[in-house]
Design a protein around this ligand. Structure first.
Ligand code: NAP
Length: 333
């Protein structure tokens, strides 16, 4: 099968390759890929940013999001049969959606939202799972709360806006001038144009801020939450909870405690909380999310579609900041 493989960590590390089809384990669903999508995590993974924490050795196939058709199932698979249309974000040690086929643990797979095309469905899993796990599992957002999500035009931000709105929150976001209309249409009631205004001057008393930019943006985010409120950082710095989630040795726990020390101390001084967040694969949550896409509560935002053969160009397009709004999708069609 054709695949895009990380041969060696680094910017030049991705190449087209011919590989044998994956073996299908007892619990696995073999998916014939119809579409995949690109996430910033693909660049980080290719560059080896997580190589000490998530131990996968090159060569490996890149890609975290997929929609496709079930081509075979393992003997222990009960909920899927050949021909089913599915979507998934495979677990960290079993990524590899930039390929014609991928074998995925059945627990990470769900039926594709029937109202979405394969291209649309491939744009969903990672960002939708992250949005769900942040807003529902971690922050327990409920009606009447105020949520600020940064970069509302991005793959993650565009999904968080819609889900937070659905949960009954008043949603604010930051965006540039050309994407203001989009984020308003998605449900943001307060839009701060980050090219002209400083959000920390205009906003206050938020229950939750989702920060995907880090650095100064994160520090300023701490100042706009109410006392006791929560700032969730998805771009770092990581904290001890992340090391625990990965089952990393105690050395990493200490290292991550130190990495986030400054921001946690600042948060404590302001009477607010800071937590790092890293999403996890979940087929059962993708089933719940599929219902929200099929009922029109959520919709994917797609910036551009490339053919599978153009995977390297698509990665470059994303890395050079070509994306204006939403996800970049790779299609096998
Ligand atoms: N930890 C996790 O589990 C997790 C999960 C998902 C994503 N993430 C992280 O979250 C970040 C965003 O991911 P993504 O998929 O949404 O990326 P993305 O789609 O590439 O987001 C790009 C968007 O960011 C906006 N942007 C750029 N600079 C900005 C600024 N200073 N203020 C506000 N908006 C700005 C741009 O919008 P405009 O066009 O309006 O400028 C652009 O549309 C990445 O670092 C990613 O790794 C983490």
């Amino acid at each position: 099968m054709k695949a895009f493989v990380v041969d060696a960590y680094g910017k030049e590390g991705l190449r087209a390759a011919e590989l044998p089809e994956p073996t299908v384990g007892r619990r696995d669903v073999l998916v014939r890929v119809r579409a995949a999508s690109i996430n910033p995590l693909d660049t980080m993974t290719r560059n080896g940013e997580f190589k000490r924490l998530i131990k996968r050795k090159p060569p490996f196939v890149l890609g975290h999001d997929v929609a496709g058709v079930v081509a075979a199932v393992g003997a222990g698979v009960r909920d899927f049969t050949v021909g089913d249309e599915v979507y998934a974000r495979p677990r960290d040690l079993r990524i590899g959606t930039f390929a014609e086929y991928i074998a995925i643990d059945q627990d990470d797979v769900a039926p594709k939202p029937s109202s979405l095309t394969f291209q649309e469905a491939a744009a969903v899993p990672l960002v939708a799972l992250a949005a769900w796990q942040i807003l529902v599992d971690r922050a327990d957002v409920h009606p009447g709360q105020k949520v600020l999500v940064h970069a509302g035009a991005g793959g993650l931000g565009s999904t968080v806006i819609q889900l937070a709105k659905h949960l009954g929150a008043t949603v604010a976001t930051t965006s540039s001038t050309p994407t203001t209309a989009l984020v308003t249409d998605l449900g943001a009631e307060v839009v701060v144009d980050y090219t002209e205004q400083d959000f920390s001057r205009d906003l206050s008393d938020y229950d939750l801020v989702v920060d995907s930019l880090g650095g100064q943006n994160l520090e300023k985010s701490l100042t706009v939450v109410r006392p006791g409120g929560l700032v969730i950082g998805v771009a770092g710095p990581p904290d001890a909870g992340f090391a625990e989630q990965l089952g990393a040795p105690s050395f990493f726990r200490i290292a991550m405690t130190l990495l986030s020390r400054k921001v946690r101390k600042r948060a404590q001084a302001l009477g607010v909380r800071y937590e790092f967040f890293f999403m996890q694969a979940s087929g059962s949550q993708l089933r719940q999310l599929a219902a929200l896409y099929d009922s029109g509560v959520l919709r994917p935002v797609i910036d551009k579609t490339f053919s599978f053969a153009q995977t390297k160009q698509a990665m470059e397009y994303v890395e050079q900041g070509g994306t204006r709004a939403g996800k970049v999708v790779l299609t096998m069609d």
